[in-house]
Design a protein around this ligand. Structure first.
Ligand code: PLP
Length: 373
């Protein structure tokens, strides 16, 4: 099987299994209890928090560990709401775990702006500049689009925030950017940054939220007061330690170059067939959108599945729904959207593997085209 749906989820590193065993069956203690064993576990979590801050390039702040990035995004946005005449700004290309929260805020009477995307799928900075003002309470713009791979310029957005609404909170959904795109949060004014372990060869059920100033955030639920009172509930110690193990095995800088080469070789092979077109948004090398002229993306997905090649149809959360909101916003015609599929790589694949997958994709496409014409 050749797996090309890594933006949906990734295969967990086997090294995490051993970590799971240690922190579930040996050092299984509750970090909030007072025994020396518990305090040792608590210390490991604090050290892990520091490790994550270092990997983000943060000089200050905290990490909250959550259950998934959907939770991190909800906590970041709902925890930043304030009563009064405030405005909330989102990009039109956000993942459903941000976009649907924004839609709900709008329904509840909050003043919400959705800023358009440019042709490369990035947030339109000129429009953003017009929207931001002293009443802006929250800006929530993703790092890398899960649909197109478009990379938003967080440094430029930070400059706009600092100039036009310095008191606002800047949240970034970093799920497709963290440990994939070389990045240092200290060069930005990002206040909140979400990320998820299962996109990074870690386990499902654990994720994080970077919080620059914890006094600016409100909790979503009340409980035992763990994690500064901002995310009550006993920490998923095994999950957190496995997530750390996964990061230790990732070198985002060399991986970035590796994946660039994988994508290049993949596209080179695919281009032998003129009926398969790359949408080429020019962003993250981890994500590629292909259009199969005259064939539905879903038909390709199932035919490829039978040949052992797994591809995606956009966000796993919305893959079962028709259409693609983000491609529609970008003005991609309906027939192209229906004929598209998302290919996403990981840094541990080989050139041979992705070239083989591209050959299979070309063969499958030609066979289907022959049958339908
Ligand atoms: N944000 C983005 C950009 C994503 O790609 C995803 C997952 O597809 C999420 C948020 C949600 O992550 P999780 O599955 O950890 O809730």
């Amino acid at each position: 099987m050749i797996y090309l749906d890594n933006a949906g989820t990734t295969k967990m590193f086997e090294e995490c299994v051993e970590v799971h065993k240690i922190f579930s069956c040996e050092q299984f203690f509750n970090p909030s209890a007072l025994s020396s064993e518990s305090m040792a576990v608590e210390k490991l979590i604090r050290d892990t928090e520091q490790y994550f801050l270092n990997r983000l390039g943060a000089r200050e702040g905290n990490i909250l560990f959550t259950g998934c990035a959907t939770e991190s995004n909800n906590l970041a946005i709902k925890g930043s709401l304030r009563s009064g005449d405030w405005e909330y700004v989102f990009s039109a290309g956000e993942h459903p775990s941000v976009f649907n929260v924004a839609k709900k805020l709008e329904l509840d009477g909050y003043k919400v702006h959705f800023v358009s995307l440019n042709k490369q799928g990035q947030v339109d900075l000129a429009e953003l500049e017009k929207v931001l003002n002293k009443k802006t309470r929250l800006i929530s713009i993703m790092h890398v689009s899960n649909e197109t791979g478009a990379i938003n310029d967080l440094e430029e957005i930070s400059k706009l925030k600092d100039r036009l609404c310095p008191r606002s909170v800047f949240h970034v959904d970093g799920v497709q950017g963290f440990m994939k795109i070389p990045f240092s949060i200290r060069k930005t004014s990002v206040d909140l940054y979400s990320f998820s372990a299962h996109k990074l060869h870690g386990p499902k059920g654990v994720a994080g939220l970077y919080v620059r100033n914890k006094n600016n955030l409100k909790e979503l639920f009340q409980g035992g007061g763990q994690q500064f009172g901002l995310r009550s509930g006993t920490e998923n110690v095994s999950g957190i330690m496995q997530f750390k193990k996964a990061l230790e095995l990732i070198d985002e800088v060399s991986n970035f170059d590796k994946v660039k080469l994988l994508k290049h070789k993949f596209i080179e092979t695919i281009s032998r067939e003129s009926g398969i077109v790359s949408m080429d948004f020019g962003g993250s090398p981890y994500i590629e959108n292909l259009v199969f002229l005259g064939v539905k993306g879903e038909t390709m997905l199932h035919a490829l599945d039978e040949k052992g090649v797994i591809v995606g149809l956009g966000s796993a959360c919305s893959a079962k729904k028709a259409g693609n909101r983000v491609l529609e916003v970008l003005g991609v015609p309906k027939d192209k959207i229906i004929s598209s599929a998302r290919i996403s790589f990981n840094a541990f694949q080989t050139v041979e593997e992705v070239e083989k997958a591209a050959e299979i994709i070309v063969d499958v496409y030609r066979n289907i085209k022959e049958r339908v014409s």
